[in-house]
Ligand binder design. Structure first.
Ligand code: BG6
Length: 365
């Protein structure tokens, strides 16, 4: 059942090329435009939307944080991203001019389901992004977009997350296409990139043994920092969560520019740093932040493009991803972090597929 892999988590990491290919294909027209025929949306639908609320838990929440960048950039509608268990007990300003997007692999997470009901109570229109056909969340939402990740058994989410990013990116393109807030050239550029993505994922998966080596150096750490800016910050949050979930090593993700406003003193030779640097608009700032932590003795693993000549000057070591559009980069840069979390957990002798105190889907409050 594990298809020759020692654990489901590794199997599912390696299933990402297929999961991503399947999720891309159903939303692509032959002419390179994007389609979500089941939604039945028109340009006019957006005349009644002022803001978008994304709410979810755990890894799905992290996918929402990336989606905020996609939607605001392409669709030009403000997006707020809320942890479902916080949103549902807040006094939300959601109205009938809000589109609520919930993201849930299982479609059964009670906090997410209740957050969806709360948004609907305030009149919001709703859409669920889920991996689970006919799930409670799929039934509750007005519209559903399915990720085609296939069953995910390991508690720590991997292929569900990357397919959520794909589905949310394509959804953002689709909304922008309908509203006319994006050029067809840009849509084609990104959809061409999405078509190539499974191949690019295969390349990044070749970093498996490299990440296993790096894991050898992380197993003794007490704290590990994950840094990024812009979309890379959202990816750093997911990388840190993955490590915490399965290795039980404390990890903290930080917006790289924020370190100096608080926690730079925590960086020492004993705190390894993982630095994600794929967002060109802020790369020079990111290099400065890497130098700051390096100056405090930290070993830095940089994650960046294979043609980035600068990154290696400042880091202890790098892991490279192919040069892709920077909206697509997060779907690649998270993969070395998934592998790192996996190997760190296994090398520490943990039950990587069923980490302690975690359930695959939490249906209690
Ligand atoms: C947690 C799981 O309980 O729920 C996480 O352990 C998951 O792995 C989170 O990301 C949200 O789950 P779902 O099914 O709503 O995406």
């Amino acid at each position: 059942e594990k298809g020759g892999y020692p654990h489901f988590m590794l199997k599912e990491i390696f299933e990402q090329p297929k999961a991503v290919r399947d999720t891309v294909q159903i939303h692509l027209n032959k002419d390179g435009s994007v389609t979500f025929p089941d939604l039945g949306w028109t340009k006019e639908c957006f005349e009644n939307i002022d803001n978008i609320l994304i709410t979810a838990c755990g890894t799905a929440y992290h996918a929402g944080l990336v989606a905020k960048h996609y939607i605001e950039r392409f669709v030009k509608i403000p997006v707020s991203v809320e942890i479902a268990s916080e949103y549902r007990y807040s006094k939300p300003l959601t109205t009938n001019r809000t589109l609520c997007i919930v993201v849930s692999q299982s479609g059964e997470t009670i906090d997410t389901l209740e957050a969806l009901k709360e948004a609907k109570k305030h009149g919001a229109k709703s859409l669920a992004v889920t991996n689970s056909i006919g799930s409670s969340i799929a039934r509750e939402a007005d519209h559903v977009v399915y990720t085609l990740a296939g069953p995910e058994i390991a508690v720590a989410s991997t292929k569900a997350y990357t397919t959520q990013l794909v589905a949310l990116l394509m959804l953002a393109l689709y909304m922008a296409q309908l509203r006319g807030t994006i050029s067809m050239d840009l849509i084609h550029k990104i959809t061409d990139g999405l078509k190539d993505l499974p191949k690019q994922i295969e390349k990044v998966l070749k970093e498996k043994d490299h990440m296993a080596e790096v894991a050898d150096r992380l197993i003794k750490a007490h704290d590990i920092f994950y840094l990024g800016r812009s979309i890379d910050y959202a990816i750093a949050m997911e990388g840190a969560l993955k490590l915490k979930e399965v290795s039980y090593i404390h990890a903290e993700s930080y917006a790289a520019g924020e370190l100096k406003h608080g926690t730079l003193a925590l960086i020492t030779a004993d705190t390894p740093v993982i630095a994600v640097a794929t967002q060109d608009a802020v790369s020079s700032k990111m290099y400065s932040n890497i130098q700051e932590v390096k100056a405090r003795g930290a070993e830095v693993l940089g994650i960046g493009y294979e043609d980035d000549k600068e990154l290696g000057k400042y880091t202890t070591e790098t892991v490279r991803i192919p040069r892709v559009d920077f909206f697509i980069a997060p779907i690649l840069s998270v993969i070395p972090m998934q592998l790192l979390a996996y190997y760190t957990s296994v090398k520490r002798g943990n039950d990587v597929d069923k980490p302690r105190n975690l359930a695959k889907s939490v249906t209690v409050e």
